[in-house]
Write a protein that binds this ligand. Structure first.
Ligand code: UDP
Ligand code: MN
Length: 244
């Protein structure tokens, strides 16, 4: 059987959440052998996400862990604990899981279907370009003779792995063989989540360049504008509850 794709998506409650999850679901439903690990940044699982997953038509696992208040500040990395919760779940389920590849998919990015076939073929750690990242139209691994030699990026080129979270995937076996590999809060500088994680499991020369030697953009680091609900006042609220 083809390898499974395990996608870990951190998500949190805000007005655009259901719209974001709907866009993801419409893409993910077209990907065969797909398992969605949706990790809520909350102390309790919400009814909205629970109901959404029940109707999404995808093999899924609903997880949650709340980010500590002190880490909810601009400039600090987001979703560290949620990604780790996904990794923790995979490791506890190792006896029951089919071979596959793990990918970290934030809830606001844009994913092409081509991306997932690149993900599926990753033997250890695969990398590829990410559109709209690093302050450029795209950020990408630079490949020479089939090996990644450096990174094309407009931002902090000193990062050991100058990639966005959307720019790599890791074989499940690597995650299981390195049981301590995790995303870090302590000692992690802004924008270093990816590098701090990847250096625990691989080296630059071991990376597998995907997407035609990293010349194709199959995923974009899009960001959704915050919904401004200035006309949503208590006086005008409806007397029935409508989940939106
Ligand atoms: N996220 C989260 N809790 C938060 C903020 C963000 O779980 O308090 C999730 C969010 O849903 C997304 C990921 O973390 O899947 C990255 O967040 P965001 O897209 O805001 O970061 P950016 O793309 O701006 O770096
Ligand atoms: Mn984002």
């Amino acid at each position: 059987a083809r390898p499974m794709i395990y996608v870990i998506t951190p998500t949190y409650t805000r007005p655009v959440q259901k719209a974001e999850l709907t866009r993801l679901m419409n893409t993910f439903r077209q990907v065969p052998r797909f398992h969605w690990l949706l990790v809520e940044d909350s102390a309790q699982k919400t009814a909205l996400v629970h109901g959404f997953l029940a109707r999404c038509g995808l093999l899924h696992t609903h997880l949650n862990v709340a980010t500590a208040r002190r880490f909810k500040r601009t400039g600090l990395p987001r979703a560290t604990e949620q990604r780790n919760e996904g990794l923790r779940w995979l490791r506890t389920q190792r006896e029951h899981l089919e071979p596959g590849v793990v990918y970290f998919a934030d809830d606001d990015n844009t994913y092409s279907l081509e991306l997932f076939e690149e993900v599926r073929s990753v033997r250890k750690v695969g990398v590829w370009p990410v559109g709209l990242a690093g302050g450029r139209r795209y950020e990408r691994p630079v490949v020479e003779d089939g090996r990644v030699v450096t990174w094309y990026t407009g931002w902090r080129a000193d990062r050991p792995f100058a990639t966005d979270m959307a720019g790599f995937a890791v074989n499940l076996q690597v995650i299981l063989d390195s049981p301590r590999a995790m995303f870090k809060r302590r000692g992690s500088q802004p924008g270093m989540q990816e590098s701090d994680f990847l250096k625990q499991i691989t080296t630059l020369s071991e990376l597998e360049p995907k997407a035609s030697n990293c010349t194709k953009v199959f995923v974009w680091h899009t960001r959704t504008e915050k919904a401004i609900l200035i006309n949503d006042s208590i006086e005008h609220e409806e007397s029935i509850y409508i989940e939106a």
